[in-house]
Design a protein around this ligand. Sequence first.
Ligand SMILES: [Zn+2]
Length: 140
Amino acid sequence: MKVICTKCGSMQVLCEAWINPNERETEKAFDHFSDDSFNYGYCMCCDDSAILTDCDKIRERIDKEYYAYKKLSKKEPYAARCEITYCSPRNGTEEVLIKISADENGHKNYFPFCENVNALKKLCGKSRERFIVTNIYCFE
Ligand SMILES: [Zn+2]
């Protein structure tokens, strides 16, 4: 698990958990994380609330979707339908089709574009792009 702030990429983040207030020891008091604990929290570097993402989990999901697509269609996907979260202060999310690999003419001027599935997985963490891939829906 590697949960980061989507605004700055820091791992110095806090998220909500359920605890038993009558237990003094943190370990005993901790009960569970709520379903979307890792999706939204507080970043100590930004000193602000932020959308969080578990990079490792999204990368695992990409692998799973990729192998499922290959098994079914017997070819490489040309694009990935993803959710991206912008690293801007507004921290908005958007569903986009990320083009994978160049077309026959070698054109790479698509937004967003990446060379292959490994490059797509790199976008799940903080990169030079102004967004982070925070979910994968399917390959096409
Ligand atoms: Zn941050």
